[in-house]
Design a protein around this ligand. Structure first.
Ligand SMILES: [Fe+2]
Length: 312
């Protein structure tokens, strides 16, 4: 096992990843430094601002009654309906006053260790570009709409903001054990595709669902996917789909419970017990699961994206 130099406990400097630790071979653009930050957020054309406004309006048709209350509170606190792509400077001022987070521009997906480092400093790296009209419904690379509309409102919730901070700090331990995949699954099933209980209802807090057109209804109301109460150990052993709707969603009771479940866990022990690959298929329901809805998996059995399967 490769050794990693322990980062300074305040994460002030970008920790060094020594040889032997796998990091995705991303090509850093020539004008970008090791922190992967753009020198400034780019400016957007009026067409691009209009794309933001149209994406915003589309989500507002589907999210009321489906997105969690923390998300709507965040949209309001940050005035994200001002029109046009939000400026990160103003956004960071407002967010900073609420939970100490800022939003910083990056050119594209960035390496895990750099992403973790920014989170550990309460900086959220957001894509600098916005999708084109041709990609209005689906893009694989996260753009400014996914990152700012989907993720940033949740960072106004103090407990969720602390969860993201702890997640960033936890990245280093996962690298030391070479178990980034497992920690990635936890991110996927919480930050990107998580559901939370509010009273008797389920609500969305995952940015991947909040920022997309089809998944809100599918995740909450579809017969096809499983909905299972989240268990951190189980989720970290579970494979996931990156280019289609999820076969399974995991539900938390509250952000406080998610925070405590994660922070108080003995990750050294957990990482030592994990296989390098995933143990459970993304559609699996297993004995220990607390199942709210066992899905038919019809959507994926019919071929999912690319087929004519109806997600709802
Ligand atoms: Fe995301």
């Amino acid at each position: 096992m490769a050794t990693i130099v322990e980062p300074a406990s305040d994460f002030s400097a970008l920790p060094v990843v020594p040889e032997g630790v796998f990091t995705a071979p991303l090509q850093r653009p020539a004008h970008i430094g090791e922190d992967w930050l753009e020198p400034a957020q780019r400016s957007y054309s009026s067409d691009e601002d209009a794309i933001w406004n149209d994406l915003f309006a589309r989500q507002m048709d589907v999210l009321p009654g489906r997105a969690c209350s923390a998300f709507f509170a965040g949209l309001q606190k940050l005035h994200l309906n001002r029109g046009g792509v939000p400026g990160f400077g103003k956004l960071s001022e407002e967010l900073g006053a609420l939970t100490g987070w800022s939003v910083v521009p990056v050119p594209m997906l960035i390496p895990d260790h750099v992403f973790f480092w920014h989170l550990a400093n309460r900086r959220f790296p957001a894509g600098n570009f916005i999708r084109s009209r041709a990609d209005f419904d689906y893009i694989q690379e996260p753009d400014v709409f996914h990152d700012v509309f989907g993720h940033v409102p949740m960072l106004t919730d103090p407990v969720f903001a602390d969860y993201m901070h702890e997640y960033g700090k936890a990245g280093w331990k996962a690298m030391r054990y070479n178990r980034l995949k497992a920690l990635g699954a936890l991110y996927w099933y919480t930050v990107e595709f998580g559901l939370v209980r509010e009273g008797d209802d389920l609500r969305i807090y995952g940015a991947g669902i909040l920022s997309g057109p089809r998944e809100a209804v599918f995740a909450l109301e579809g017969q096809s996917p499983n909905r299972i109460m989240l268990n951190v150990d189980r989720v970290m052993r579970t494979d996931y789909v990156i280019d289609d709707l999820q076969p399974t969603y995991f539900v938390i009771e509250s952000f406080r419970e998610l925070y405590h479940d994660t922070v108080e866990r003995d990750f050294d022990r957990l990482y030592r017990s994990l296989n390098p690959g995933f143990t459970y298929a993304n559609s699996a329901v297993i004995d220990v699961d607390d199942v709210l809805h066992k899905g038919t998996q019809e959507y994926h059995l019919r071929g999912g994206r690319g087929s004519n399967a109806n997600p709802a």
